[in-house]
Design a protein around this ligand. Structure first.
Ligand code: ADP
Ligand code: MG
Ligand code: ZN
Length: 501
């Protein structure tokens, strides 16, 4: 910090700043019950304080019981980020007073987290980037405070204990991140990973995944650390990128003006596009951590870890690598397909349907990928969630286009209808009368009619106006209600014009 401030005094704008960013994520684990009691963890449609019991209300004399599934989900995450897994782990009490914490402490993990020293690699605009992950540990969530006014207008705070005791995983990175874009990509990749392995639904909008960013700046090229601020209240990936970007600019402006920064917690105000002070943060809050006396240390024996490891699905990074190396997709397309689980499922479904065909009739993976990244995702984005298409039908559609039985434009319409109704492609094509006409005999009559009916265009063509042919082919397409194979029609029109010349 001293270093950064000293540099800044050399004059406004004299220093090129580099940002240093570390991310802390809290993710609600996907379990049936809470962390230390049998209360249901699914809080959808739950009235306030309906999912509570003496344990999560913090009553004296109650005892916690560890949720095995929650531990397994953190272990699965640790394995997925290639972390070192604790052979023995332990629970600690983090002590502080707040109305959302009835026991006066939170059961967490302090110096023996379940997983340490992992990493996550993802794509950025400047190529692949790896962030080291310091630790992943398990803890319980607090209750939720709701600040409001009562019937006579007094400001009051209500407490809802439904969230009290939900299992939370905290994942902390090393301060490896340098740009707001990298921070957003990290958060997106982590969410994808957590969803892929079933550890969390990780919806940022409803608090299942909370992202906090520690941000500092230093003169580019130096390796000390500046004073950091912690930015909270970012409710979307877009907010993560914008909040960090603004915080970097704010810090640079303070130092450029010869000011000093203070370590504090700042909130992100999305509407006003700025961070604001929430509270100043003394160097390290003293939580008086000590081992939880009501829970024994927990052993993670190798067989248990191995069972969890072998139960992991193919991870996003491995899947992208496979699409590029084995299927020849671009890394961009692979990224787009893997990032969207429904798109990934459709692509896999189409690949296995294609695998059942003879090699010479099998559509190329690239062609299937184009439909998934193009039409499928376009429709899915337009409609929101829950858009289904069948991989087998997609393969049939792509084959029909390849065999010249369906035009590209009509194929899009057929696909849209398939997505909308679930109807099979063959049925839609014959029902709409879209089967493409490629055979000469069927097209000849239409072409003769068009040539007879458009003498001006015919004269233009013969006078050397090449573009007149496009008009004539357009008329043939119209006469056949789009069913003519445009390439065949063009060849036939040209032949007919040449022979009559
Ligand atoms: P706390 O106990 O306040 O959460 P930690 O030391 O555990 O603090 O660090 C929290 C996060 O802040 C980590 O992701 C870490 O990488 C990051 N961090 C630490 N120092 C800095 C810094 N000077 N600038 C930016 N990030 C930092
Ligand atoms: Mg912190
Ligand atoms: Zn409970």
């Amino acid at each position: 910090m001293a270093e950064a401030a000293a540099q800044a005094r050399t004059g406004p704008g004299a220093v090129a700043w580099e940002a240093v960013i570390g991310i802390e994520v809290h993710a609600q684990l996907r379990t049936a019950s809470k962390m230390f009691c049998p209360c249901p963890a699914d809080l959808r449609d739950a009235g306030p304080n309906s999912h509570t019991c003496p344990v999560c209300l913090g009553m004296p004399g109650t005892l916690p019981v560890i949720n095995r599934r929650a531990v397994e989900l953190v272990l699965a995450t640790g394995l997925a980020i290639e972390a070192e897994m604790a052979a023995v782990t332990r629970w600690d009490r983090k002590n502080y007073f707040y109305p959302d914490l009835p026991k006066g402490y939170q059961i967490s993990q302090y110096d023996l987290p379940l997983a340490v020293r992992g990493r996550l690699t993802f794509d950025t605009n400047d190529g692949p980037f790896t962030v080291r992950i310091r630790r992943a540990h398990l803890e319980e969530d607090t209750a939720r405070l709701q600040h409001t006014t009562d019937e006579v207008g007094r400001r009051i705070s209500l407490v809802d204990f439904n969230r009290s005791g939900l299992p939370l995983m905290e994942i902390v990175t090393e301060p490896d991140i340098r740009t707001a874009e990298q921070a957003r990509r990290y958060a997106e990749e982590l969410r994808l990973l957590l969803r892929t392995i079933g550890a969390s639904d990780a919806e940022m909008e409803n608090g299942q995944m909370r992202v906090e960013a520690n941000v500092s700046i230093r003169p580019a090229g130096s390796d000390g650390f500046g004073v950091r601020t912690e930015v909270k209240n970012m409710n979307s990936f877009r907010a993560v990128e914008r909040a960090i970007g603004h915080e970097i600019e704010r810090q640079a402006a303070v130092l450029d003006a010869g000011g000093t920064l203070v370590q504090e917690t700042r909130g992100w105000d999305d509407a006003r596009n700025e961070t604001y002070v929430m509270r100043s943060k003394e160097d390290s809050e003293d939580y008086r951590y000590f081992p939880e006396p009501d829970l024994p240390p927990l052993r993670t024996d190798p067989a248990w870890l191995e069972a969890i490891r072998s139960g992991l699905p193919e991870l996003p990074s491995a899947r992208r690598a496979r699409y590029v190396a084995a299927l020849g997709l671009t890394s961009y397309d692979a990224g787009v397909i893997v990032a969207e689980p429904a798109a990934g499922a459709l692509f896999e479904d189409a690949l296995s349907a294609a695998a059942a065909l003879l090699a010479e009739r099998r559509p190329a993976p690239k062609a299937l990928a184009n439909w998934v990244t193009g039409e499928y995702l376009r429709i899915a984005k337009q409609r929101g969630d829950g858009v289904h298409a069948s991989g087998g039908e997609l393969v049939r559609l792509v084959s029909m286009v390849g065999e010249g039985r369906l035009s590209g434009t009509n194929a899009k319409e057929v696909f849209a209808r398939h997505v909308e109704t679930g109807q099979q492609v063959e049925g839609i094509v014959s029902g709409m009368g879209l089967t493409q006409i490629s055979d000469t005999a069927s097209l000849t009559a239409a072409i003769d009619e068009v040539i007879a009916g458009n003498p001006a265009a015919v004269a233009d063509y013969r006078a050397g106006k090449e573009q007149a042919i496009r008009f004539l082919v357009g008329q043939v397409m119209k006469a056949t209600r789009g069913q003519a194979n445009a390439a065949v029609a063009q060849r036939l029109v040209r032949e007919r014009l040449e022979e009559g010349a």
